[in-house]
Design a protein around this ligand. Structure first.
Ligand code: FAD
Length: 380
């Protein structure tokens, strides 16, 4: 049966996140963004309210909620600040390989840590030489006795310098491409692993982005997630689950752009009337509203499909590609509606425009989403 109703629990969860964004995030978001400072105090409060790590199962201390529930929370947190939301969703990104293929011991130790304390985790796939072509990654692992030894560099890793543990993808032989890649999970203080914060981002500046250096990092056999050679599959299945969360970023930021623009258009007068009276402005607002509705339908459907066990890479990519490209377009228009004031940090829309650009890039660029979609179409 087709239903568009949220359950009372989902409505409550969404309201809690909305109230939190209004009270704890919006008043301080610009300050953290400007200072490029990790907003630990804000996230600690979000964690205390139970707004992080929603999908961790109850046996590891979590709520065991679904992807759709995460989307509902993410939508509201992103209304407040996409940078802070990215920190939260990076925990889900790092947790998902363990949810998909982790051993019970790995889940207890690492997912359990996220629910016992306000801790952060990182997902290390991208490298300086391997972005969109993740199968060409160069970080290596080799077996030494019962252990594995990792060497290489990851970059652009969200939560990299603040994480308590990291998931990392490495190859035993680069020439094997996908088939050579395995997934590992390890504590961030493992000897040989060092991090360096990458500063100077255009947007989402409260989020932590880092390089990770693996210099003869020795991990036990128990650090392997799933089986050897399954790493690439785990990485891609992770994105099928997490890309709808990027769709949620697009909803939250575009909703904020629409609300701010509507308010401003009604207040600002030119030619002796509110600019909202001009059809050119009205059409920009109407187009935002149309796309917001479409983003919600696509993203909720993508989350619902994952929650119902129907792996659907194409719908997850629809949600991310459509959301990212439309949200970018509308945030540029929000600045346009504010005119010169939109170009100033004193007003909220320039931050929306800077923040949203990232969603066309991470977790697979907008072009790569189309590669995934076309591949699915063409294979019949
Ligand atoms: C702030 C930030 C946070 C991030 N967080 C993480 C993280 O937590 N973990 C992680 O592993 N990674 C993370 N990333 C990395 C991100 O996923 C990569 O930047 C992204 O996958 C693109 O890779 P690239 O930057 O190397 O660009 P490239 O792959 O070099 O792409 C450059 C351009 O070429 C295009 N292109 C490439 N291949 C094709 C193709 N086949 N067809 C058409 N066009 C193509 C791309 O779409 C893009 O426009 C983050 C990045 C940023 C900026």
């Amino acid at each position: 049966m087709l239903s568009f109703d949220l359950t009372p629990e989902q409505q409550q969860l969404k309201q809690t996140a909305r109230d939190f964004a209004a009270k704890e995030i919006i008043p301080v978001a610009a300050r953290y963004d400007e200072a490029e400072e990790f907003p630990y105090e804000v996230l600690k409060k979000a964690w205390e309210l139970g707004l992080l790590n929603l999908e961790v199962h109850p046996e590891y201390g979590g709520l065991g909620l679904g992807v759709l529930d995460s989307i509902l929370v993410m939508e509201e947190i992103n209304y407040g600040c996409a940078g802070m939301a990215t920190i939260m969703s990076a925990n889900d990104l790092a947790s998902t390989p363990l949810l998909i293929a982790g051993s019970d011991a790995q889940k207890k130790r690492y997912l359990g840590q996220l629910t016992e304390e306000c801790a952060f985790a990182a997902y290390g796939l991208s490298e300086p030489g391997a972005g969109s072509d993740a199968a060409s990654l160069s970080t290596t692992y080799r077996k030494v006795g019962d252990d594995y030894v990792l060497n290489g560099v990851k970059h652009f890793i969200t939560n990299g310098t603040v994480a308590s543990w990291v998931v990392v993808f490495a190859t035993k032989d680069k020439s094997l491409r996908h088939a050579g890649i395995s997934c590992f999970v390890l504590p961030a203080d493992t000897p040989g692993l060092t991090t360096h914060k990458m500063k100077g981002k255009l947007g989402q500046r409260a989020s932590d982005t880092a390089e990770l250096f693996f210099d003869d990092v020795k991990v036990p056999a128990s650090a392997l997630v799933g089986e050897e050679g399954q790493g690439f599959k785990i990485a891609m299945q992770t994105f099928d689950r997490t890309r709808p969360q990027i769709g949620a970023i697009c909803i939250g930021v575009t909703q904020r752009a629409l609300d701010e623009s509507t308010r401003y258009a009604l207040e600002r007068k030119q030619f002796d009337k509110p600019i909202a009276d001009f059809q050119a402005i009205q059409f920009m607002l109407a187009d935002m509203a149309i796309d917001l509705e479409a983003m919600r339908l696509l993203t909720y459907k993508a989350g619902w499909l994952v929650d119902h066990g129907a792996r659907s890479p194409i719908v997850s990519s629809f949600s991310k590609a459509f959301g990212a490209d439309r949200a970018m377009h509308h945030c540029v228009n929000a600045v346009q509606i504010f005119g010169g004031f939109g170009y100033l940090k004193e007003y909220p829309v320039e931050k929306l425009m800077r923040d949203i650009k990232l969603v066309q890039i991470y977790e697979g660029t907008s072009q790569i989403q189309r590669v995934v979609i076309a591949r699915n179409l063409l294979k019949g």
